[in-house]
Design a protein around this ligand. Structure first.
Ligand code: NAD
Ligand code: UDP
Length: 337
């Protein structure tokens, strides 16, 4: 797998994955409409790697523009990150989420068929497990969705299964990410939320730098060791490396397979706050608030399938996730602007 199309490659996880791909001497072509990212991320990728990836500012919903990309380039595989990802927003504008995520994927797959590209790595999410009946979560657990965003991921997984059933020449990796955090250790690329962050670690980071006053801890009455919600936080660089392993696996013709990409360890909200404070020598004021609707108590992966079948395991500890987040925030107080 040498020539790779990366949709959404200017985004948070995409940009980190492109860096790892360029480090492996892969030829990368990025397609991104920059709806939730900045072109500056691409310049930073070049600064880190010394290589400028080919970039097309194209929306997956624009079929003719996407078709031109497939005519101009040659691909062995596609890594498909492009999608809208905000759970709350998806409940406000569900049709946009279905249109963007589902129709975007259909357009992409149609062109892949037309150009005989049958290798795909798809960004799925642990959200497809809904409220899991137990933890750690295995790939074989039942799937369900609790919001439109999660339903787009579930629908796309099912569409890709149907596609594989219709033609076994496809090789598809459904990567179910747990909670990606952190940034590249250079501090040059990282997560750059447009508005007030919804996710825990970007929020903490903006409290630490003084842009936000204090963290609201959503729920302190969960059945966990300190009452706050537990998640499986994974360093974005480890996650990026999982995509390289998934691409390598596709060359063995594995068919369609789902993999959990997590560390297998759960940390509570207060664990994250105290580690961030300790590692970065900052104070994070917080107050306990009510539970956030739709949140579950505990979510962490059984990541043994990825270890056994992809030869991949998350290696970077929570301390590095917190230190790298903070370096990115300090070096880029206003993100990419
Ligand atoms: P991101 O928003 O930073 O990156 C997504 C990129 O896709 C952005 O650059 C955006 O501009 C682009 N994009 C969106 N719609 C597009 C379209 N129609 N055409 C072209 N480009 C388009 O998000 P991320 O955190 O890097 O997430 C990448 C993928 O991983 C998403 O599919 C997301 O749902 C999935 N995921 C993310 C998380 C997470 O916590 N970050 C967890 C699980 C799954
Ligand atoms: N959380 C919180 N305050 C915030 C944002 C998140 O207490 O401002 C909690 C949330 O309830 C959950 C955990 O932090 O227990 C991770 O939330 P995030 O939104 O980052 O990820 P997800 O809910 O998608 O797992």
């Amino acid at each position: 797998m040498k020539n790779i199309l990366v949709t959404g490659g200017a985004g948070y996880i995409g940009s980190h994955t492109v860096v790892e791909m360029l480090n492996m001497n892969m030829n990368v072509v990025i397609v991104d409409n920059l709806r939730n990212s900045k072109e500056e991320a691409l310049r930073r990728i070049e600064k880190i790697t010394g290589i400028k990836p080919t970039f097309y500012k194209v929306d997956l919903l624009d079929r003719s523009a996407l078709a031109s990309v497939f005519r101009a380039e040659k691909f062995d595989a596609v890594v498909h990150f492009a999608g809208l990802k905000a759970v709350g927003e998806s409940t406000q504008i569900p049709l946009s989420y279905y249109q963007n995520n589902v129709t975007g994927t259909l357009n992409l797959c149609e062109l892949m068929i037309k150009h005989s590209v049958r290798n795909l790595v798809f960004s799925s999410s642990a959200t497809v497990y809904g409220d899991p009946h137990k933890t750690p979560i295995k790939e074989s657990f039942p799937r369900s969705a609790t919001n439109p965003y999660g339903r787009t991921k579930l629908m796309i997984e099912e569409i890709l299964q149907d596609l594989y059933d219709s033609d076994n020449a496809w090789n598809i990796s459904l990567l179910r990410y747990f909670n990606p955090i952190g940034a590249h250790p250079s501090g040059m690329i990282g997560e750059d939320p447009n508005d007030i962050p919804n996710n825990l670690v970007p929020f903490i980071s903006q409290v630490a730098i003084g842009k936000l006053n204090k963290l609201a801890v959503f729920g302190a009455d969960y059945p966990t060791h300190d009452g706050t919600g537990v998640r499986d936080y994974i360093h974005v660089v480890d996650l990026a490396k999982g995509h390289i392993k998934a691409l390598q696996k596709l060359s063995e013709n594995p068919g369609i397979q789902a993999f959990n990409l997590g560390t297998g360890r759960g940390y509570s909200v207060l664990d994250i706050v105290s580690t961030f404070e300790r590692v970065n020598k900052v104070k994070i004021p917080y107050e306990t608030a009510g539970r956030r609707p739709g949140d579950i108590a505990v979510c962490y992966a059984d990541a043994s399938k990825a270890e056994k079948e992809l030869g991949w395991r998350a290696e970077l500890p929570l301390e590095d996730m917190c230190a790298d987040t903070w370096r990115w925030q300090l070096q880029n107080p206003n993100g990419y602007e």
